[in-house]
Design a protein around this ligand. Structure first.
Ligand code: PNS
Length: 170
């Protein structure tokens, strides 16, 4: 108990997990806002069994690390296994995730409830900035591969990698 009589179990750290294949400006908006709310924020790049990746996990970490340097309380890591084990190993009890629209909710709720069932991890949902509510990494890759302009939707260094990777044979 502290002097105010409350038990000192408040959240100081959180994990912001995702596939980040690649990181978009929508992700960065959530990361920036959450870094202002928690003492420490760990951005965790995880394996999504339902998605084939364009970029390797270390490459995704590299791209995110390259654009969060101005946020000293943010670190970036790969989740090697279950997210709940990643959290337990670091003593972290909360996950934060951005919600773009109600369409995200089914899938996100499922994961949140499973993570709570597995290890009592709490998931906090953050409303995405409406400027980015249509944005997804999958759509970015599709549009970019077909020659569309995705500048302003991903950070510049990510745009360069996308163009190099997706248009090299065009
Ligand atoms: O950006 P995404 O695709 O919504 O992120 C999904 C991610 C990576 C957060 C999720 O698949 C995950 O936590 N993967 C790590 C492995 C794991 O714990 N799977 C069970 C989730 S209930």
């Amino acid at each position: 108990m502290d002097s105010a009589g409350t038990s000192d179990k408040r959240l100081r750290r959180a994990v912001c997990p995702g596939s980040f294949d690649p990181v978009t400006n929508g992700h960065l908006d959530v990361i920036g806002r959450m870094s202002g709310l928690f003492d420490e924020l760990v951005v965790a790049v995880g394996r999504n069994a339902g998605k084939n990746g364009l970029f390797g996990y270390e490459e995704r970490v590299e791209m995110i690390s390259g654009v969060v340097g101005h946020l000293p309380n943010v670190s970036v890591e790969v989740i090697d296994g279950l997210l709940v084990d990643f959290c337990a190993a670091r003593g972290i009890r909360a996950v934060v995730k951005g919600l773009r629209a109600v369409g995200d909710l089914d899938y996100e709720l499922q994961m949140a409830q499973m993570n709570h069932r597995l290890a009592g991890i709490e998931t906090l949902f953050v409303a995405t900035n409406p400027l980015y509510s249509f944005l997804s990494s999958s759509l970015i890759k599709e549009v970019c591969a077909l020659g569309g302009d995705v500048s302003g939707l991903v950070p510049e260094p990510v745009l360069e990698r996308l163009v190099e990777r997706l248009r090299k044979d065009r």
